[in-house]
Design a protein around this ligand. Structure first.
Ligand code: OOG
Ligand code: NI
Length: 267
């Protein structure tokens, strides 16, 4: 599969549950901007048929290679980032996985119940990245148990495999050169932004500044018929800065990412 097609299919699946991303993209294009994606991100379960090491070969087949690794102790996550080996403009990819065995026993039981429904050979091609439902929808009670201990687990149990955000490259915008200008536009248009640790994650001194919307909300029907408004996916904005060696910083920062994850929190 061509990289362009991969991201087009991902975008379709993502905007199905994230209408705000289409509206915000249109906001920029109406102002004459070319909207270029800095990166997309995926979430998955470790120790499962869709664990990071099972998904990685699909990224390699698309021409991607890993160039960074991250650990989020408090969120029980590990992650890697990937860039395309030859297409410099292809979006980067951030892939994290939940270390289920670090969660309390009641959460482990719920998540093992979901994971054992995934066929051992679930990862057959790039389509896995927009497969969404690889297990039966959880009950509301199980969802709420997960929310209590891991917003990430709760989100993944309901939203499944898909890009959880696309990211607008501020470096490629003409009329909104700073992250503050982007944030102001979004606030003026009435979007709720992730406020965890402040609107802007990172700084020019760290060579990366990021902000994000709070995830769109969707009406969700649980296995037991209960309905609830839950977070789907969000849109991110990133500005990269030049390092002393003259190149743009192209990786990710644990302290920023830790807060970006919270864009899908239920509260
Ligand atoms: C990924 C959060 C990290 C970034 O740009 O640092 C991230 C996620 O929410 O799954 O996207
Ligand atoms: Ni991101």
């Amino acid at each position: 599969m061509q990289v362009n097609e991969f991201f087009a299919r991902l975008w379709d699946a993502y905007t199905e549950v994230t209408p705000q991303a289409k509206r915000i993209q249109a906001l920029f294009t109406a102002r004459g901007e070319a909207v270029i994606n800095d990166h997309v991100a995926f979430r998955t379960f470790a120790q499962s048929p869709i664990a990071l090491e099972k998904l990685e070969p699909q990224l390699t087949a698309l021409g991607y290679e890993a160039y960074g690794a991250f650990r989020f102790e408090n969120k029980h996550l590990r992650a890697r980032c990937y860039k395309h080996v030859s297409e410099a403009d292809a979006p980067k990819i951030f892939l994290s996985e939940l270390l289920i065995d670090e969660l309390p026993a009641n959460c482990q039981a719920i998540l093992h119940g979901l994971n054992k429904q995934i066929p051992a050979d679930a990862v057959k091609g790039p389509e896995i990245f927009w497969q969404k439902h690889l297990w039966d929808i959880p009950s509301e009670a199980d969802y709420l148990t997960l929310v209590e201990h891991s917003e990430y687990a709760a989100w993944l149990s309901t939203m499944g495999m898909q890009a959880n955000h696309f990211t607008v490259s501020i470096n490629h915008l003409e009329h909104y050169p700073t992250i503050e200008a982007v944030n102001q536009l979004l606030l003026d248009e009435g979007y709720a932004l992730n406020q965890v640790g402040g609107l802007v994650k990172g700084s020019p001194a760290l060579f990366l500044e990021q902000s994000s919307t709070m995830a769109d909300k969707i009406e969700f029907t649980f296995a037991d018929g209960a309905t609830r408004t839950i977070p789907s996916c969000f849109y991110e904005f990133a500005r990269r800065h030049e390092m002393p060696n003259g190149t743009l910083f192209d990786s990710f920062i644990e302290g920023n990412a830790d807060k970006i994850f919270d864009s899908t929190n239920t509260m």
